[in-house]
Design a protein around this ligand. Sequence first.
Ligand code: A2P
Length: 277
Amino acid sequence: ESPLQKFTDGNAIPQLGYGVWQVEDDVAEKVVAAAFKAGYRHIDTAMIYGNEAGVGRAIAASGLPREELFITTKLWNGDQGYEETLAAFDASLERLGLDYVDLYLIHWLTPKAGKYVETWKALVELQKSGRVKSIGVSNFTVETLREIEEATGVVPAIHQVETHPYFPQAELREYEAAKGIVHESWSPLGNNSDLLGESALAAVAEKHGATPAQAVIAWHLAKGNVVIPKSVTPERIVQNWESLGVTLDADDIAAIDALDKGAEGRIGGDPAEADYR
Ligand code: A2P
């Protein structure tokens, strides 16, 4: 069983989850079933992944009690705006075949559209309706986290953003910690960069009889990050889950911390700039 991270709204999220970015709908159904079998109960999808329906079919087929699951989906950029958000949420819920989701996130800040404050107000409304247990954001900045709080008085439960040893997000994590915002890592394994081939990682992994991917996941867990490694490979789905059995010491964490590349370490888009439609 995964440890939990507590939200300021009273709910909690399993710290190790399973992400399905870049997984086709029919494949999602199979790999989510494999993830449930491995032990995962927290699944992270998004409207733009195009696999909410496949995730929903896997949930229905699992026979697992709904309250044991933690399901996240996200509002796509083109659906930002108050009314648009309410409508997009209904459509996501319907594709998932659920009557509530555990967590709904604004997928990207999308600064040029200038709609993230009204969009956040819609999420606050959705949480009040009970069809979303917790609300958060993805790919925001310290400044805009502050801005949506100031506009509504509501602090996001969680912030999901690119985070891995090459790009550990120290400054952002400090702000979040002060606000009680849980930090969630996307592309936690560095998304097929050179990360998993680093010799420093091999050394930590070997010391624990683990793989480099397990060492990285254990590093996220030790930092308190919620982590959602993606894999469509059955052995890796299990291997990543078994990272829960790897406990790093302070030396291991320092060795992995030393892989930080600063601004150069970013692999995906910069939230302050990205305007994907
Ligand atoms: P695959 O899905 O083919 O198994 P991230 O979560 O950082 O974006 O990384 C996802 C990538 O890492 C995917 O391409 C996935 O490949 C690969 N991956 C996932 N788990 C492991 C693992 N345990 N060892 C090596 N590569 C992995």
